[in-house]
Design a protein around this ligand. Sequence first.
Ligand SMILES: *[C@@H]1O[C@H](CO)[C@@H](O)[C@H](O)[C@H]1NC(C)=O
Length: 237
Amino acid sequence: MSRIIIIVVLCSILTVQAKFPDDSKPCNYEDKQCIVELFNKLFIDKVVQIDPLKVAKMHLKQGVENPVRFDLIFKDNALIGLSKIRFTEVKGFAKDFAQKHELSINVKNLQMLGPYIAKGTLILLPVSGTGESNVTLDNTQMQITFTGNPFEKNGETYMDISNLELTVKPGRIYYHFTNLFNGDKLLGDNVNAFLNDNWELIFRQVEESFRSALKKIIEAIIKNVFTKYPYAKFFAE
Ligand SMILES: *[C@@H]1O[C@H](CO)[C@@H](O)[C@H](O)[C@H]1NC(C)=O
């Protein structure tokens, strides 16, 4: 059904620390409050280097059911702010983890900075340009679900993940694109103002492809942490 093409290439793939941080006390299985606190420690640059995250290429397309084409390509961008993610709720994480897990996350400020190429028509407005962009998402709520899949490595059991689904609700988005229309200042200023005045409507046009792109990033982060340490390491026995 969907013919959206999503390309996300992460270049500097996350480095995960070799040692499990000693001051992170393992939790009892299914102990939501403890797991929330543990994840907030683990995912905040302590264990996984995610800030800034280099995104070699992200390609967003307007919703497929829309006859008007719009393409937005970000190349060699930096995604800044993922180290400030806050887990607010978890579900799952039982001893038997071959089941569905849920994570609720808040990201205060997420900035995507770097070169862009835009071409097409966005809500009846022709938009084209090549320059630098700043897309900033404030106060974003994310809901993540995935299935845990056990695998064995050196006699220990690790969790791989599959079927990751993600919903993204930004509280506000700020857009700034330099050099729109070959640097025509008046047109460029007008389009930037239009984008910011209609941030939510614009987001809905590219939401599906943005969500797929972010899904790949989030999946890589979660996979990196859980395939690095045995599952039991996160929990008290
Ligand atoms: C990007 O835009 C946001 C929101 O306008 C702003 O707060 C931030 O300073 C900008 N970042 C850079 C690097 O210009």
